[in-house]
Design a protein around this ligand. Structure first.
Ligand SMILES: *Cc1c(COP(=O)(O)O)cnc(C)c1O
Length: 348
């Protein structure tokens, strides 16, 4: 029976038993005017004050934006904090393991290694589609997390909805769907399924479509019980006051974000066939994100050539299933023109 397990039964014993750090302001819920509890400097307002450890204001706005209740939201120092905390909350080192579906975002495997947790790799199909049965076959009683990334980095495609659902419904462990690129995607994503799928975790970020990678704000959406455990383990003041303010300001302007997304997608759709017509390019893979994965004859030479011209892209040619591939982020039209002009002068 899928999803039958309690969240608590997946959580490490020490985390179930721990007493989280509590500040005086956690324990007091009025609005005080004299704050002499935290050994702050009374001068240099407002930066002298510790930020809200629960990020209530920002969570209220994000809850509204996403159509969720606040108790399903965890905010982290980038998505990377959410990923690392899932390991620390759920995975007993040297006993439990996680499954990644490769090629994919490198941080899942890095976090696994840091936490001394085995990362089992299942490959996507050759066309980058998801094989749910291969993932289900790799699951056993010590599997705690399955990482799926949709749209996937670096392959740029979205995973098939039905295939992802088959995994979510077929396991007792947690299934993380990383939606860092969802705002560029045609698909609806998985956030609307959060209420009915207890073992679903969705990651999103302000780093891509919102244009706020510099402030470091990642969002983890999950069952309230899991949010509670993850919140226990985080640093008390994990999101700075500067980040909270910039995020509140940034997410107000949804019109600006829509304009950016439209511009980026138009550029992507213009560039894909143009790049594909270059003589040494074999294939530009269909993209549902703000980057293109491109297969070519001599990726190392192209990468070097662009680097000398001051254009930095990502060489993914050593990644399984991405042999010969470079990954190119869609920039401004000027940046994209500079890239394309350089590529036109490349002599294979
Ligand atoms: C860029 C990216 C992120 C974003 O990470 P942050 O720490 O939020 O900046 C997350 N997942 C994937 C797959 C990405 O490519």
């Amino acid at each position: 029976m899928a999803n039958s397990k309690d969240i608590a039964s997946l959580v490490r014993q020490n985390i179930l038993e721990m007493k989280p750090y509590s500040s005086a302001r956690d324990e007091y819920s009025g609005s005080a005017s004299v704050l002499l509890d935290a050994n702050e400097n009374p001068f240099n307002s407002p930066l002298n004050r510790y930020p809200d450890p629960k990020q209530v204001l920002l969570k209220e706005r994000i809850a509204e934006l996403k159509g969720l209740t606040m108790d399903r939201i965890f905010l982290g120092n980038g998505s990377d904090e959410g990923i690392d905390l899932l390991f620390r909350v759920l995975c007993e080192p040297e006993r439990d393991h996680v499954i990644t579906v490769d090629p994919t975002y490198g941080m899942y495997a890095v976090s696994a290694e840091i936490n001394n947790v085995e990362g089992r790799s299942v490959l996507l199909n050759r066309d980058f589609s998801l094989n749910p049965d291969a993932v289900l076959d790799a699951v056993d009683k010590h599997t705690k997390l399955i990482f799926l990334c949709s749209p996937n980095n670096p392959t740029s495609n979205s995973l098939e909805h039905e295939a992802v659902l088959k995994i979510i419904d077929g396991v007792d462990c947690l299934v993380v769907v990383d939606e860092a690129y969802i705002d560029f995607s045609q698909g609806p994503g998985f956030l609307s399924l959060l209420k009915e799928k207890k073992n679903l975790v969705v990651l999103q970020t302000l780093s891509k479509a919102w244009g706020l990678a510099g402030i470091r704000l990642g969002m983890l959406f999950a069952h309230p019980e899991l949010i509670e455990y993850v919140s226990r383990v985080k640093y008390p003041y994990n999101i700075s006051g500067l980040t909270i303010d910039a995020a509140l300001k940034g997410i107000e302007d949804t019109a600006r974000r829509s304009i950016w997304i439209k511009a980026i997608l138009e550029e992507r759709n213009r560039m894909a066939p143009e790049l594909e017509s270059l003589p040494y390019v074999r294939e530009v893979f269909p993209s549902d994100a703000n980057f293109l994965l491109i297969k070519m004859d001599d990726p190392a030479a192209v990468y070097e050539f662009l680097m000398i011209k001051g254009i930095i892209i990502r060489d993914r040619s050593s990644v399984p299933l991405c042999e010969g591939c470079l990954r190119i982020t869609i920039g401004t039209s000027e940046e994209n023109r500079a890239l394309q002009n350089a590529l036109k002068t490349f002599q294979p």
